[in-house]
Every structure is written in structure tokens, then in C-alpha cells.
Design a protein around this ligand. Structure first.
Ligand SMILES: C[S@@+](CC[C@H](N)C(=O)[O-])C[C@H]1O[C@@H](n2cnc3c(N)ncnc32)[C@H](O)[C@@H]1O
Length: 287
């Protein structure tokens, strides 16, 4: 739904900050230590999201529970392996899930089958190229989770979300990074951690949406993940690799740096935070 955007005389200059972060991370992670790293990382991710019976996704749906109803049609942008899609599909009539990664779609379809879900339409498409005219006000809820760094034009993305919604929009975004990845960053790059992994994407979305006058419901939750040593190396490399190339030598150094942080069973247990915000698209704050 297209709603009015207020025009502010005084604004926070979030654009320079976001562009600076995107420039610094340009090209994504440079991972040369394993030719199969992308396939393995997608499979690690699909395994992780199912922990605690889809703990992350279940907690996201709890945030939506104030307004969800079983007749709803939902559009999810960038579902990945189904982190939120799978638990949400049990609570609403239909979910349409748009993702451009065939690798992730394969995991999503496998996870939907495993849970016996048949009310999810999986669409292999670039969200940024979807036709706004055809999507206008088609869904009761439009949301994305862990997606805000995937697109250069955040305002364009939020406007597209609102266009496709006849009622609610929501954003779920992991928040903050653990100490270990920051320490590894310092060891590998030789630079003190200077805030490179933060702020999180929700920070910018919040500022933009408030600029537009949207009234946001904001909350947060935490979830727990476990990783083997190799999973931890791949996950850590996916951050470090945005700043330096991770070849076999660097991967071995990462392995050495993280190994002492495993528990007695050699497993890494991490609790992470997530910010969730939702808004009613029809709501207009006065200017
Ligand atoms: C970090 S994953 C998040 C997956 C899941 N939503 C979650 O919360 O765990 C981001 C997903 O967005 C997808 N994606 C990135 N850019 C996209 C685009 N322009 N159109 C559709 N999907 C996109 C990626 O393929 C990936 O599956």
C-alpha cells in the first residue's frame, strides 16, 4: 500500500554511513580456502535454523502473534532455507517466498517437505526486479528476515515492501556480533576492531521509516546456535572474508584462534540477538 511520506527539514545523515559500510564490504566475502565453501555454508545454515525446533523463526512468529490471523496471505522476501517461512506457514493461509538463490531454495523446499507444509509458493526471482504494479496490496503481511544488507537501495526496498502490503510490514534482523569474531578480525587483519560489523541493518530501516512517519513496534529476542569447528571456521571466515581474502593459510589461523572457545564436546554454543519491528502500513504519523 502506498502511503504518504512526510518531508522532514532536519534529518539524520544515515546515507553516508550505510554507503560507507557497503563500500567496505564490496564484493562479499572472499573465500578461497575451500572450493565447496558456498555449498557447505548453505547446508550449515539450513541445519542451524532448525535448531530448537526453528527457535529463531518461532520467536519471530511470536512477535507477529499480536496481529497474525489464520486467513492471512504473506509475502516473504529472501526466505533462505525457511528460517521463518516454515514456522510461519503453520499459522497462516499461504506464504509466497521469493528468493534468488537456487541453493537456498533447494534447502527451503527440503525443509518444507520435511515439515509437511504445502501452503508455501516458492518463487525463484530477484525481488528487486518484481513488478510493483502486479504486487500492489496483494498481501496482508510483507516481511523480510536477515535481508537488509542484501540490497543497495534500502529505501527502495522498504517502499516495495509497503507497496505489496495491504496491511502489515515487518523486519527481522540479527543484531550485534559476538566478541570472538571481532578478536579474530583484529588478529587476522592486524587492525583493532573499529565497529566494522555494526550498526545492524535495522538501525537504518528504523531511521528511514521514522523519517517517513511510520509508527513502529520494536522488540527483540535471542536464540541459540551450535556449530562444529569447521562450521565455526566457515561462519567466521564469512565475516573476515569481507575485509581480507581467506585462503588456506588464513583459514588455518582462524581455526587456531577459535578452537580454544569450543566447549568440552568441541562444540561452539552461541546465543545471538535479533531485532524485530513491524508496522501497519495504513498508519500515518502527522508531520
Ligand atoms: C541471509 S539470508 C536470510 C535467510 C532467512 N530469511 C533468514 O532469516 O535466515 C538472505 C536471503 O536473501 C536472498 N536474497 C538476496 N538478495 C535477494 C534478492 N534481490 N531477491 C530475492 N532474494 C534475495 C538470498 O538468496 C538469501 O537466501
Amino acid at each position: 500500500m502506498i502511503t504518504e511520506k512526510r518531508n522532514l527539514k532536519y534529518k539524520i545523515n544515515w546515507k553516508d554511513a550505510r554507503e560507507g559500510i557497503l563500500r567496505e564490504r564490496i564484493g562479499g566475502a572472499k573465500l578461497r580456502f575451500d572450493p565447496d565453501v558456498k555449498t557447505k555454508s548453505a547446508s550449515d545454515f539450513s541445519k542451524r535454523i532448525k535448531e530448537g525446533e526453528y527457535e529463531y523463526g518461532r520467536k519471530a512468529t511470536e512477535v507477529f502473534s499480536g496481529f497474525l490471523d489464520p486467513s492471512m496471505e504473506v509475502l516473504e522476501i529472501g526466505p533462505g532455507p525457511g528460517t521463518v517461512t516454515v514456522p510461519l506457514s503453520k499459522l497462516v493461509r499461504r506464504v509466497t517466498a521469493v528468493d534468488l538463490s537456487l541453493r537456498n531454495i533447494a534447502h527451503l523446499e527440503e525443509n518444507l517437505r520435511e515439515e509437511g507444509r504445502d501452503n508455501v509458493d516458492v518463487i525463484h526471482e530477484n525481488w528487486l526486479r518484481t513488478d510493483d504494479e502486479a504486487l500492489r496490496e496483494r498481501y496482508d503481511l510483507v516481511f523480510c528476515s536477515h535481508f537488509l544488507w542484501m540490497i543497495p537501495d534500502l529505501e527502495g526496498h522498504l517502499a516495495k515492501m509497503e507497496n505489496a502490503s495491504r496491511r502489515y510490514c515487518a523486519i527481522i534482523q540479527p543484531a550485534g556480533r559476538g566478541r570472538l569474531v571481532k578478536d579474530v578480525y583484529t588478529e587476522i587483519t592486524g587492525r583493532e576492531y573499529a565497529g566494522e560489523f555494526e550498526p545492524d541493518g535495522d538501525y537504518f530501516a528504523y531511521v528511514i521509516l521514522r523519517e517517513w512517519g511510520r509508527l513502529l513496534n520494536v522488540t527483540h529476542f535471542s536464540f541459540t546456535n551450535t556449530m562444529t569447528l569447521e562450521e565455526k571456521v566457515r561462519s567466521t571466515a564469512s565475516f573476515i572474508g569481507r575485509f581480507v581474502e581467506v585462503d588456506e593459510g588464513v583459514a588455518e589461523r582462524i581455526r587456531g584462534l577459535v578452537r580454544p572457545h569450543a566447549d568440552a564436546n568441541g562444540v561452539f554454543v552461541e546465543t545471538n540477538n535479533v531485532v524485530a519491528m513491524w508496522w501497519e502500513v495504513g498508519d500515518r504519523a502527522s508531520g
